[in-house]
Design a protein around this ligand. Structure first.
Ligand SMILES: [Zn+2]
Ligand SMILES: [Zn+2]
Length: 135
């Protein structure tokens, strides 16, 4: 499975398949995605391999006090990868940076406390008021 940033400077490949995908409605993701939520997928840490380019990194403290590192393209600003000090064996990537975003579908949502009311998400999927997972 492969993906890239908008301008194509950064291209990556996954050496193992993503496990699950989810919507994150936290305020951090709203600011950083420029949209009401991020759609993120989980992969085993170390399975995101860069084919070209190098990411820029931004680190911040999340609401639960852990360190979140977000990687993005410094040329076009596309958000790409996330890793949290809370979860040492997994990493996240933005589903919409995949060449085929249909390859994985979100199965749950987190931080619904800050979900914007005009966003419609399938009410049948599992919802967590806070961060059951990183994002
Ligand atoms: Zn780019
Ligand atoms: Zn989030």
């Amino acid at each position: 499975m492969k993906g890239r940033c908008f301008c194509g400077e950064i291209q990556y490949r996954l050496s193992s398949p993503p496990q699950e995908a989810y919507y994150c409605h936290c305020r951090d993701c709203q600011y950083l995605s420029g949209s009401p939520f991020h759609v993120l997928a989980i992969v085993k840490r170390g399975s995101i391999e860069l084919i070209s380019g190098a990411t820029s990194k931004h680190q911040h403290k999340t609401q639960d006090g852990s360190d979140m590192t977000r990687e993005f393209c410094s040329k076009c600003g596309t958000p790409l990868f996330l890793s949290s000090s809370r979860f040492n064996d997994i990493q996240m990537f933005t589903v919409n940076s995949l060449d085929d975003p249909e390859a994985i579908k979100p199965s749950f949502q987190i931080w619904t406390t800050s979900k914007v009311s005009w966003t419609e998400i399938d009410p049948k999927i599992t919802s967590h008021a806070h961060g059951a997972l990183a994002g």
